[in-house]
Design a protein around this ligand. Structure first.
Ligand SMILES: Cc1ncc(C[n+]2csc(CCOP(=O)(O)OP(=O)(O)O)c2C)c(N)n1
Ligand code: SF4
Length: 303
């Protein structure tokens, strides 16, 4: 016997790609980002979700989106997405999009080998990295994307490595070295910028990645403040918004007013006892590097 969608308790499809009923923490900054991603990508899409908090954004009991979802593992997730894009291509189904969706732990650390592989092969996949600056689904441990000095569940009790002696990976720089068609950073609190970048990404055949920093409640802010925290991340220069075409052409898409960093840090517990000067130094260096690269003029034939 075949049951209709309403008999199964599944909500009817609407113009919204992502419905209410998710299982994320109330106030999670990633959910509005995911909603924006799904709206921009449209219904004909396959999402490969690497192990992360996103498992709770799609609880499974009730459909909360109208695209196909595959929950997968760190080591294979990116390659599975590539395989799907190849299968669709072989069948001439070029109007469908394959998305690999990963946390920073998956993209910066555990799945980095797979990510590098599909970037090298220029797989026709849109990668969305939900960077909440830690392994948040397992309680908030430090990842390769956690800025230096920030207190996480795994750094706080031990302080084995002094903050100044640690490094942070720059994922976009790693991928720019692969010379992929399109890379961008974005923020859920800047929806027009995010939407424009997703649309640009979707016009590129091959590898494209949008790296979104989203506010996570494990950062220790009030749940109503996720959008404000995400907005301040960009306004203070903590999270620069830019894009890179062909691994070389950098463009800063938002010139921040450089609101004092303290406006951002004072809202979050993870910055308690934190060496703000270290962060200011890192940000100044990052901006100098970014401006240098954005000012560089490449000959027209170099993509
Ligand atoms: C190989 C492997 N190691 C560990 C885990 C346990 N695990 C599940 S989700 C998760 C955290 C993921 O962190 P991240 O990728 O940053 O995504 P977030 O949860 O922060 O959204 C971990 C460690 C796993 N599923 N597979
Ligand atoms: S732990 Fe953080 S990222 Fe995960 S659902 Fe909760 S608020 Fe969102």
């Amino acid at each position: 016997m075949r049951l209709t969608a309403s008999e199964l308790g599944i909500r009817p499809f609407s113009n919204d790609r992502y419905f209410g009923g998710h299982g994320a923490c109330p106030g999670c900054g990633a959910v509005s980002m995911l909603r924006q991603v799904m709206q921009a990508v449209g219904p004909k899409a396959y999402y490969f979700i690497l192990a992360s908090c996103a498992g709770s954004y799609f609880p499974g009991e009730f459909t909360v989106c109208d695209s196909s979802i595959v929950f997968t593992v760190y080591a294979a997730g990116f390659a599975e997405a590539e395989g799907m894009s190849q299968a669709l291509e072989l069948r001439g189904r070029t109007d469908e999009t394959v998305v690999a969706y990963s946390g920073d732990g998956g993209a910066f650390d555990i799945g980095l080998g797979g990510l590098s592989g599909i970037a090298e092969r220029n797989a026709n996949v849109l990668v969305v990295v939900n960077d909440n600056q830690g392994y948040q689904n397992t309680g908030g441990q430090q990842s390769g994307g956690t800025p230096r000095g920030i207190i996480t569940k795994s750094t706080q009790p031990f302080h084995q490595v002094p903050a100044a002696a640690r490094n942070r990976k720059d994922l976009l720089e790693i991928l720019a070295a692969h010379r992929v068609p399109y890379l961008a950073t974005a923020s859920a609190a800047f929806p027009r910028d995010l939407d424009a970048k997703l649309k640009t990404a979707l016009t590129c055949k091959g590898f494209k990645l949008v790296h979104v920093v989203t506010a996570c409640l494990n950062w220790g802010f009030e749940s109503r403040l996720a959008v404000r925290v995400a907005r301040l991340a960009a306004e203070t220069g903590f999270h620069p918004l830019y894009e890179i075409q062909g691994g070389r052409r950098y463009r800063i898409t938002y010139e921040p007013p450089f609101v004092p960093l303290e406006e951002f840090t004072r809202l979050q517990r993870r910055f308690q006892g934190f060496d703000l000067e270290l962060l200011k130094h890192d940000l100044a260096e990052r901006w100098e590097d970014l401006r240098y690269k954005a000012a560089r003029v490449w000959p027209a034939e170099v993509i």
